[in-house]
Design a protein around this ligand. Structure first.
Ligand SMILES: [Zn+2]
Length: 167
């Protein structure tokens, strides 16, 4: 299932978030085969943006599943996670603004850049986790539903409507 993700600069001005990827196809949705994030089909080296203001809480170079990945903790306690990166553009502890370039995407095991983790092709794996007030753990939610909450019915981008309708 492929959805064309296009965000215009006009969209950015009217909401407080920035799309984490500017233009991409959603190549795997949340919940499919227990997938805990959403995958964007982008070539290695594509700019990855902070979706909201926050602090870089983790910047880990190369672990088994995620490869090189980064997390940003936002003021509402939510956390966003960006995986299979080819490079970091900010360090752990950095204070970032929505729309700052935080990393470059990766994930192609065929290139000579490490940090792919279990990725089998170039893409960005993006997660959003919310705190549970009962046990203080973080739980994954559908990142696209999270994005949808920044819009009104009238301003909701068409690709999000399509994504939500295909459930
Ligand atoms: Zn993924």
């Amino acid at each position: 299932m492929w959805i064309n993700v296009i965000q215009t600069p006009d969209n950015i001005k009217i909401v407080s978030h920035h799309p984490t990827i500017e233009t991409a196809l959603v190549c795997q949705r949340f919940g499919h085969l227990d997938h805990v994030g959403v995958d964007f089909n982008v070539k290695v080296g594509t700019n990855v943006y902070a979706v909201l203001d926050g602090v870089v809480s983790q910047a880990v170079d190369n672990v088994r599943v995620y490869g090189r990945y980064m997390t940003i903790t936002h003021s509402d306690g939510y956390m966003s996670l960006y995986a299979h990166l080819s490079a970091f553009k900010v360090k752990k502890g950095a204070v970032v603004k929505s729309g700052d370039i935080i990393a470059l995407s990766g994930g192609d095991p065929g290139d000579n850049i490490d940090g792919d983790g279990w990725s089998t092709a170039a893409h960005l794996h993006w997660e959003v986790r919310v705190p549970d007030h009962l046990d203080n753990n973080l739980y994954n939610i559908d990142p696209i539903k999270y994005l949808a909450a920044f819009y009104t019915k009238d301003t909701l981008p068409n690709w999000i409507k399509i994504y939500l309708n295909e459930e």
